[in-house]
Design a protein around this ligand. Structure first.
Ligand SMILES: Cc1ncc(COP(=O)(O)O)c(C=O)c1O
Length: 395
């Protein structure tokens, strides 16, 4: 088939990234009526009622207009207060840009810092938006692998051996998606030391930092000596407050850099939806008890799944945070893509293959525990039945 003129004219910065498997899974799911979705990272809880009320009040109060490109001043201040109280981070309001989810912050960071040929190290397996954003800026994503034997925790030696004269920055996602791995504080300190020694910049994506299961601990990289000047801290509302659809996230970085990025940020989308910014403000400043209950529910689901998977003969990297379990299915004799596709077709349970998180990774699936516990129990029963019915078939 001949290509359209526009396709022929596509700029080389648009590289082919294969989303066909995800599309196929969603199409299959659309044709089924018994689907248990444990695929996407979208909480099953709804946004707390007082947050929704704040958005309605903003509408009634005629907050229908643009805000400044970096966000509502009172939201930027509330973000600083929250970062200080939760993580000991020292930012002022002029060091915050509110964006359409962390997603837009990721693109803005890369636009601001990556030049053609720059190498960007990324914790892997990974949230592949980073690859796309780096490619769009002419850079080269360089995966830093983590391993099941370490519960997918980062190893500084793995970062260091990939540093070259072209290394521009390191992207640290802790807790990580898809593994739930939390980088321990002592390793974070080593990463800080490494970044200073090799003069590299760091993006600390802390979108899951509120979702940490004891005894795991979070340490924000930008709290360490010498790190604030070379770090961009990313965080947002999607995961913590079940606000994926509202599209609010932010980046925190030194004020002069924020000022420099203000025009590019204006160019991307002028400002984050005004109503959503009022909702985010209510999320930060209002009662937190509903969120605490949500975290307890995630902890309960995690504990159940860890023992149920072990009982089913499947191993995994024990997740220290987030709401994912990166599960090794090699014991079934099946590869991840056919495992996921057949599991969906035969049982209605949707999980995603490791191959969707960077490199081909046919031994792993990501299970998101974003359904009520009884539904997860039903999903596990179906998964066990599926494995039993295929036992020996793939050997
Ligand atoms: C590691 C990580 N960063 C950023 C995002 C983007 O989140 P949002 O744009 O909804 O804030 C996600 C979403 O899954 C994620 O997993």
């Amino acid at each position: 088939m001949t290509q359209s003129l526009l396709l022929q004219s596509t700029a080389p910065r648009i590289v082919d990234e294969d989303g066909s498997f995800r599309t196929r899974m969603l199409e299959i799911a659309a044709g089924l009526d018994n689907v248990i979705a444990l695929g996407r990272g979208d909480p099953d809880f709804h946004t707390p009622a007082h947050v929704v009320e704040a958005a309605k009040a903003a509408l009634d109060d005629n907050q229908h207009h643009y805000t400044g490109p970096t966000g509502l001043p009172q939201l930027r201040q509330a973000i600083c207060d929250n970062l200080r109280a939760e993580y000991g981070l020292d930012y002022t309001a002029d060091e915050i840009i509110v964006t359409a989810g962390v997603q837009e912050s990721i693109m803005l960071c890369m636009l601001g810092l990556v030049q053609a040929g720059d190498e960007v190290l990324i914790t892997s397996p990974r949230f592949t938006t980073y690859d796309t954003a780096v490619h769009l800026c002419g850079g080269i994503p360089v995966p830093v692998p983590t391993y099941q034997k370490d519960d997918f925790a980062l190893d500084v030696a793995e970062i260091e051996k990939r540093i070259t004269p072209k290394t521009r920055m390191f992207v640290m996602v802790s807790p990580n998606n898809p593994t739930g791995a939390v980088t321990p504080p002592d390793v974070i300190r080593q990463i800080a030391d490494l970044a200073v020694r090799h003069d590299i910049l760091v993006i600390a994506d802390e979108i899951y930092a509120k979702l940490i299961y004891p005894p795991h601990e979070h340490l924000s990289l930008a709290t360490l000596p010498g790190m604030k000047e070379r770090t961009i801290t990313l965080n947002g509302f999607s995961k913590t407050y079940a606000m994926t659809g509202w599209r609010v996230g932010y980046m925190a970085a030194p004020a002069d850099f924020v000022e420099k990025l203000t025009e590019p940020r204006h160019t991307l989308s002028i400002n984050t939806c005004t109503i959503s910014q009022f909702a985010a403000l209510a999320a930060l400043t209002g009662p937190q008890d509903e969120m605490e209950a949500t975290f307890r529910a995630y902890a309960e689901r995690r504990a159940y799944l860890m023992s149920a998977l072990s009982e089913a003969g499947l191993s995994y990297g024990a997740p220290g945070g987030a709401f994912y379990i990166y599960t090794n299915i090699s014991a079934t004799g099946m590869k991840a893509k056919p495992f996921c596709e057949n599991l969906l077709r035969e049982t209605g349970v949707m999980v995603f293959p490791g191959d969707m998180f960077g490199e081909p990774d046919s031994d792993f699936i990501r299970i998101s525990y974003l359904q009520p516990l009884p539904v997860i129990e039903e999903a596990m029963a179906r998964i066990k039945g599926f494995i039993a019915s295929h036992a020996g078939a793939a050997a």
